[in-house]
Design a protein around this ligand. Structure first.
Ligand code: COA
Length: 323
C-alpha cells in the first residue's frame, strides 16, 4: 500500500482587504471588540466578478507550480467548499476544465463547511492508499462573504474569502500518517444557513440565505471536539504532544486556537496563525495557513504537523502529517 505525501502547497487571496474599521461603518461594532474577542484584524473579500472557482484556480496553479506538476499529472480533484459557483456542476469539474485537464480523471466537491479541508484531505489520502489515484489536487476554496448578512454583527465580522491547495502524491515514505473525521448532525441550529435550493428559490432572497450562528455555544463545542480529535490523532500514531512541530489549525477565533494549543501544551510560537489577516475562510483556512508557513520558511520538510478544523454540521476533523 502506498502512502500519500504533500508535494506542494499553494494559496490565493482576493486583492480587496476589508479592515475592521470598515465594519464599524456597517454594524454596531468596534475594531477593539473584534480584535479582543476574535483576533481578527482584516479579511479579504472577493471582487464582484470573482467566484470560488477563480479562487480555487489561482490556488491550484500555485500548488501545481510548487509541486513541479502539470495539470494533466492530476488524477483526482477534490474541492472542499460550501460556497460553490453553481448548484451543479461541481467547482471541481469546472476547475478541471479551467486547468485544461483532459485525462477524464474524477473530480468532485466535498461539503463539510469549516472541516471541509480535513475531509477533502482524508478523501485524497484514502484514494491514494486504495491505489485509486496517484496524484491528487486537494483544495479548500470559499467566497463566504456571499452568504453573510452584512447587517448581522454576530457573523459578518468573522469571515473572509480565499483558497488554499495541496498536491498529494503517492509515496513509499509516510506523509499523511492518518486523518480523523467526525460529524454530529444534532447541532444544526447552532451554526447554519437555514435555507437552500430544495426549499425553493424565493426564500433565497431572505435572511435564511445567510449564516446564522449561536457563537457562544459553537465556541464551547469547538474547543471540546478539537481537543478530543487532536488527542485521537496523537494516540493513533503513538505520538506525544511534544512530537508535534507545528499546529496548523482552522482559523475561526484566536481564543479557540489558544485553548487547543494550551491543551496540547504547545507554545503559541509553534502555532500557525493567520486569523488576524484572513478571518475565518472556512474550508480554505487550513491550507491557507499551511501554505503561508511553508512559503515563509517556518514549516520545513520532515516537520510533524497537526492539522485540525471544526465547523457547521457539526463536522470536525484532524490530520497528522509529516511535511
Ligand atoms: N461587535 C460588538 N459586540 C458584539 C459583536 C460585535 N461584532 N458580536 C456580538 N457582540 C455582543 C453580543 O451581542 C453580546 O452582547 P450582550 O452581552 O449585550 O448580549 C456580547 O457581544 C457578547 O456576546 P458573546 O456571543 O457572548 O461574545 P463571545 O465572547 O462569545 O464572542 C464570538 C462571540 C462569535 C466571537 C465567539 O462566540 C466565537 O468566536 N464563537 C465561535 C464562532 C466560530 O468559530 N464559528 C465558526 C466555527 S467554524
Amino acid at each position: 500500500m502506498k502512502n500519500s505525501r504533500i508535494l506542494g502547497t499553494g494559496s490565493y487571496l482576493p486583492d480587496r482587504v476589508m479592515h475592521n474599521s470598515e465594519l464599524e461603518q456597517l454594524v454596531d461594532t468596534t475594531d477593539a471588540w473584534i480584535r479582543e474577542r476574535t483576533g481578527i484584524e482584516r479579511r479579504h473579500i472577493a471582487a464582484d466578478n470573482e467566484t470560488t472557482l477563480d479562487l480555487a484556480y489561482a490556488a491550484a496553479l500555485n500548488a501545481l507550480d510548487a509541486a513541479g506538476m502539470q495539470p494533466n499529472d492530476i488524477d483526482l480533484i477534490v474541492v472542499a467548499t460550501t460556497t460553490p459557483d453553481c448548484v451543479f456542476p461541481s467547482v471541481a469539474t469546472m476547475l478541471q476544465a479551467k486547468l485544461g485537464v483532459t485525462n477524464a480523471s474524477p473530480a468532485f466537491d466535498v461539503q463539510a463547511v469549516c472541516a471541509g479541508f480535513a475531509y477533502a484531505l482524508g478523501v485524497g489520502d484514502n484514494f491514494i492508499r486504495a491505489n485509486a489515484a496517484s496524484t491528487v489536487l486537494v483544495i479548500g476554496a470559499e467566497t463566504f462573504s456571499r452568504i453573510l448578512n452584512w447587517k448581522d454583527r454576530n457573523t459578518c465580522v468573522l469571515f473572509g474569502d480565499g483558497a488554499g491547495a495541496v498536491v498529494l502524491g503517492a509515496s513509499d515514505e509516510v506523509g499523511i500518517h492518518s486523518t480523523h473525521l467526525h460529524a454530529d448532525g444534532r447541532y444544526k441550529e447552532l451554526l447554519h444557513v437555514p435555507n437552500g435550493v430544495s426549499r425553493g428559490y424565493d426564500v433565497m432572497q431572505q435572511q435564511e440565505a445567510f449564516v446564522q450562528m449561536r457563537g457562544n455555544e459553537v465556541f464551547r463545542m469547538a474547543v471540546s471536539k478539537l481537543h478530543e480529535v487532536v488527542e485521537e490523532a496523537l494516540l493513533a500514531n503513538n505520538l506525544e504532544k511534544s512530537d508535534i512541530d507545528w499546529l496548523v489549525p482552522h482559523q475561526a477565533n484566536i481564543r479557540i486556537i489558544q485553548a487547543t494549543a494550551r491543551k496540547l501544551r504547545m507554545d503559541m510560537a509553534k502555532v500557525v496563525l493567520t486569523v488576524q489577516d484572513h478571518g475565518n475562510t472556512s474550508a480554505a483556512s487550513i491550507p491557507l495557513a499551511l501554505d503561508t508557513a511553508v512559503r515563509d520558511g517556518r514549516i520545513q520538510r520532515g516537520d510533524k504537523l497537526l492539522l485540525e478544523g471544526f465547523g457547521g454540521g457539526f463536522a470536525w476533523g484532524a490530520a497528522l502529517v509529516t511535511y
